[in-house]
Each structure stands twice: as C-alpha cells, then as structure tokens.
Design a protein around this ligand. Structure first.
Ligand SMILES: [Zn+2]
Ligand SMILES: [Zn+2]
Length: 378
C-alpha cells in the first residue's frame, strides 16, 4: 500500500477527477432529495376529517344548514325590495297620471264642459291601479317584515351553534395537532430508515476502502448522504433535539479524530515509519534505537545523529559494501539480512533489495517495530 507509487497524473486530470467527484456527490444528493421528497408526500391527517370524527354531527350539520338558510333569507329580502322599487315607480306613474286627469277635469269644470266618458274611465283605472299597487306594496312589506324576523331568529340560532362549535373545536384542534405531530415523526422515521442504513453502508465501505483508488467516490457519496441526514433531522426534529444530536455527533467526531491522532503518535503510519527508517539508515543509526550501525569500514568509529556528517571521508582501501548480515547489538533488531531472492545482504527495514530490487511487504517492515514495542528513534 505505502510502497505502491501513486501517479497523480497531469493537473488537468486531477482537476477533472475532482470536478467529477464533486458532481457525483451533488447528483447523489439530488437523488436522495427526490427519495426524501417522495416519502414526504405521504398523506397526513385531514383537519376536516378529524372534526367530523370528534364534533357532534348535528353541530356541523346545523352550521351548514343555518348558513344556507340565512343566505336564502337575505336573498329573498333583496328580491322583495327590488319588487317594491318597481311597484313604487309604477305607483308614482299612476299618481302622476291621476293628478293630470284631475287637473284636466278641474279645467273642464271651470269651462263648464262635462268630462267625457273616456276621461272618467281613465281616471277610474288609474285610481284602481294606484290602489292595487299600494296594496301589493303593503303585502310585500309584511313579507319583508316576516322574513326579517325569521332571519333574526336564524342568526340567533347560528350564534348559539357557533358558540358550541367553538367549544367543541378546541379539543378537535388539539387532536389534529397531535396527529399531525405523529405524522411528522412517522415521516422522519421513514426518511431516516432509508438514509441511515445507507449512510452506515457508505461509511463502512469508505472506511474499508479508504486507501483504495476509488475512495474519493465513497467519500463523495458519504458526504452527500450525511448532508441529507442532517437536513432531514433539522427539518423534522424540534430544534432542541436537533441541537443535542448535532453536538453529540460533533463530540463523537472530535473524539474519533483525537483517538486517530493519538494512535498515529503511538503507532505511526507505515509511510511515516519508513521515512524514519530511511533517515536512520542514511545516518548509519539503528532505526529502532538509534544506536550506531558499526559495520564494514565504520566498525571502529563513533558518531551520533549530529556528528555523522564528519564521517564523509571514509578510510581509503576498505571495501565500500560490507557483506555480512548485521543485528543491532543494542536492541537486537536485524538491520541487514540476506535477500531471500538473490542471497545478497540487503537492508532489513527498507522496502527493496539494493541488488535485485525484490520487494518486502510493508506490513513485514513495520511489523518489526510493533514486535519490539519501541516507537521511533530516541
Ligand atoms: Zn537498535
Ligand atoms: Zn535481492
């Protein structure tokens, strides 16, 4: 894993991969949004149905019936008043006609001309019409009065009915709110029942394959799912609960990161260890305990981490490449050993044989440190 060389590729590829990962996360978030929205369309309680269930049917029926009757009564009164207006016009007209005819008669009397039969009849007719109009007007007046009385009575009943309804609606409204709240919890449960297992699966896979080539894909999916889960919780849980959920989740995250960092200090990652090993070998020091590696031409010399640079000029005429295996006399770690492939002596704690290039698995390299139980060089 650590020895595999990672090709990051040209920058344009890296940008494209990043953009693609971002797009994947966004699309997945979108998809989750559709799922959550569809779950949200589940029908909740109906306020009217709850009222019908909990309020006396008679009260509700009365409310409707009274409203219809009152409206009918008001319309009838308006109609009658229109009729009266027509009648008033007509009466005015016949009054005018009558007056004109009377004036004519008076003039004729002054001129001592007897009124003709036609004139007499016309006068009589208009008088009759006027009286008939008046009678009808009176009748309608009585009707309007009766209707107004009835209307007043209906309105009184409506007021009483409304008072009772209002009292009955209070528990119904409470029940409706109760059911609506339960419906919201149900929706939240459904949504989380889809999202949380998904989040668990993605997180599991991401942790499992965090070192793999396709880890960014899983991270993108995980982040999208996490964002949706938080949003759903924010939408459905009362702010008080959400606050606690958020703070507990943050605490868990911080603790997890801290544990990770502490473990890294105690059990460093293989690539960090390898870097330490490399630096120790460069200075001819044991990577485990920092005791000088006194082999070959260095056998009779002394140096420390700081003074190692003065050893640059090695004594002449001595073999540059020591052949024998070597174990640190201080901590007992094998530092040079025969290569299983080519039998030459190789670095025991570096990945490749310097002669044939045979690779040693990283676990095996780092395992040496774990087995000895000492961390890093002193
Ligand atoms: Zn040592
Ligand atoms: Zn080899």
């Amino acid at each position: 894993m650590t020895t595999a060389r990672r090709h990051s590729g040209p920058w344009i590829h890296r940008v494209l991969v990043m953009a693609g990962t971002l797009l994947l996360g966004l699309l997945f978030y979108w998809l989750l949004g559709f799922v959550v929205k569809d779950i949200g369309t589940l029908r909740g309680p109906d306020r009217r149905a709850v009222e019908q269930e909990l309020i006396e049917a008679e009260l509700l029926a009365n409310e409707r019936q009274l409203a219809i009757e009152i409206e009918d009564g008001q319309r009838s009164i308006t109609d009658l008043k229109k009729q009266q207006a027509v009648l008033r016009d007509s009466a005015d007209n016949s009054e005018k006609t009558m007056n004109r005819l009377l004036e004519l008669q008076k003039l004729n009397l002054q001129k001592e001309v007897a009124p003709s039969e036609v004139e007499q009849r016309a006068l009589g007719e208009s008088q009759q019409l006027f009286l008939a109009n008046q009678r009808q007007y009176q009748t309608i007046n009585q009707e309007v009065a009766a209707l107004t009385d009835r209307l007043r009575e209906l309105e009184g009943r409506q007021r009483e009915n409304n008072r009772q309804l209002q009292a009955a609606r209070v528990p119904a409204a409470r029940e409706y709110e109760d059911r609506a709240r339960r419906h919201q919890w149900k929706l939240a449960a459904f949504k989380l029942a889809v999202l949380v297992p998904l989040l668990g699966a993605v997180v599991f896979l991401a942790l499992r394959w965090r070192g793999s080539l396709y880890a960014p894909l899983l991270f993108a999916l995980g982040l999208a799912t996490l964002a949706k889960v938080l949003l759903v919780m924010h939408e459905h849980f009362p702010r008080v609960y959400f606050k606690y959920i958020l703070i507990v989740a943050s605490l868990a995250l911080v603790v997890r990161v801290l544990v990770y960092l502490l473990r890294m200090v105690a059990y460093p990652r293989p690539d960090w260890l390898l870097k330490q090993y490399r630096e120790a070998y460069e200075r001819f020091l044991c990577p485990i305990c920092a005791y000088p590696i006194r082999r070959g031409p260095l056998r009779y010399l002394f140096w420390t981490r700081r003074t190692v640079k003065r050893l640059r000029h090695l004594p002449e005429g001595q073999p540059a490449e020591p052949e024998a295996p070597y174990v640190c006399p201080m901590c007992g770690t094998a530092l040079f050993e025969p290569c299983p492939e080519c039998q030459a002596v190789r670095h025991a704690l570096l990945p490749s044989c310097s002669r044939c290039g045979a690779q040693k698995p990283a676990v095996q390299l780092v395992g040496v440190n774990g087995a000895n139980g000492t961390g890093g060089d002193a």
